[in-house]
Design a protein around this ligand. Structure first.
Ligand SMILES: [Zn+2]
Ligand SMILES: [Zn+2]
Length: 424
């Protein structure tokens, strides 16, 4: 049996204990941090995950030390589920943690929601002592949550849905057996008065997790200058050689970008992923295809039959409804401003949405555009998005009283929604 829980409405954020890769100083950072400057040696580092982060909660200092620690795995997912119904697209914020093992004792906590956010997580390494239970796959857990009667199940099943992630990590929580009783290793309290006879530690499916988190030096690989970036930015800038970088494995990879020229020094540069994609079996290659499938009130111009269709998604996290409004407005607008390869002194909004998630959002954008939905949604649910080209493009928006506005596109973003929390 699978156990699970949803911490509905709670926005849980953990902290993680790291060590500076240069000087070894302990540093506690929020789990969303991707770039930091060490307070002791001033060295800059990027935090990269090879796959997903593996963390553990440390055992209580009061726990007896002569017992094996047993780490139980929990999947953690934070993100937005976009459910596409015949009545429209319904976004919903998810913050899930779910025990990722079968046949657990009934009193083992089924989520991490009860864990104090005051406790810091540590990175699992090959030196971490203890027995680690092999986790069930993430998608097994997500599918289990979708079964009838389960937490994520809605009465009205969607035609299709996409989970666009923000955080996915595996968190191990410590337990131990002491005098035939099973103890919660954080609270140091027994959770089962007597251990059932069939609970045999040796029969549990164990694994040896490796460290998946690596530090990459925050120095421009081309010119050796210090990179700059907001703490949660996926992309860092070298202002000396005007290049952008992102971690790939344990290296930095160069990101191709272009910018539309700002008109004013106080224009805010907002990043977008501009994507060309095939969506087989749907014919959605030209602007005319979009106008037709969207039943948009525009007379199709002959040249639109040859104009390649691009999808534009904000390259940063945004309220789901605003995100969709922008992706649909951009699909209709098909911006094509003159571009330069330059990072000017204007404020550049940090990039916090990876291109993979932007690509995943294309079907949701189409579900918000095509009409009538009853004709197009079943076909769209079976379609596959095959990206052909992904580019990072900065567009200038001028600050107005309540909004940021791009006059060429006639598109506005409310200031309350877009808090300028940092610079690239
Ligand atoms: Zn340091
Ligand atoms: Zn450089």
């Amino acid at each position: 049996m699978l156990s699970f829980a949803i911490s509905a409405g709670k926005n849980i954020s953990f902290t993680v204990e790291h060590q500076c890769p240069q000087c070894g100083a302990p540093i506690t950072l929020g789990e969303e941090v991707l770039f930091f400057v060490c307070g002791f040696c001033r060295v800059r580092s990027c935090i990269a995950q090879k796959n997903f982060a593996r963390y553990y909660f440390p055992l209580s200092a009061d726990a007896p030390t002569d017992n094996d620690i047993i780490y139980l795995p929990y999947w953690r997912f934070k993100g937005v589920r976009y459910a596409c119904h015949f009545s429209g697209v319904e976004p919903r914020f998810l913050d899930i943690s779910a025990l990722a093992m079968e046949g657990a004792l009934p009193k083992i906590p089924f989520s991490l929601g009860f864990r104090s956010q005051a406790l810091s997580l540590k990175l699992v390494s090959n030196k971490t002592q203890g027995k680690f239970i092999r986790p069930l796959e993430f998608k097994t857990i997500l599918q289990a949550l979708d079964k009838p009667g389960r937490a994520l199940k809605k009465n009205n099943p969607p035609v299709f849905q996409e989970d666009i992630g923000e955080t996915r990590s595996l968190i191990y929580s410590p337990f131990y057996i002491h005098k035939d009783r099973f103890f919660d290793g954080i609270l140091n309290t027994p959770i089962q008065a007597v251990l059932p006879g069939d609970m045999d530690i040796k029969s549990l499916d164990l694994c040896r997790p490796e460290k998946e988190t690596v530090f990459v030096s925050g120095i421009c690989p081309d010119c050796g200058w210090n990179l700059e970036g907001h703490f949660n930015s996926l992309v860092l800038v070298c202002r000396n050689c005007q290049t952008l970088w992102r971690t790939r494995g344990n290296k930095l990879g160069k990101i191709k970008y272009k910018s539309a020229k700002p008109k004013q020094p106080d224009d805010v540069m907002i990043p977008f992923w501009k994507i060309k994609a095939d969506i087989p079996p749907i014919a959605m290659e030209t602007y005319a295809d979009l106008i037709r499938m969207g039943n948009l009130p525009k007379a199709i111009q002959p040249e639109w039959e040859h104009q390649a269709l691009y999808f534009w998604t904000p390259a940063f996290k945004l309220q789901p409804k605003v995100f969709l409004r922008l992706t649909t407005q951009f699909a209709i607008a098909q911006p094509d401003p003159p571009l330069e390869k330059k990072i000017r002194k204007n404020i550049h909004l940090p990039i916090t949405l990876p291109p993979g998630e932007a690509i995943q959002s294309i079907k949701i954008t189409l579900a918000s555009l095509v009409r009538p939905l009853k004709d197009h949604l079943p076909g769209l649910s079976k379609a596959r998005v095959v990206p052909r080209e992904t580019r990072l493009i900065f567009l200038p928006f001028e600050p107005r009283h309540h909004e940021y506005f791009n006059p060429d596109l006639n598109i506005a973003i409310n200031k309350n929604i877009l808090t300028l929390s940092g610079n690239l």
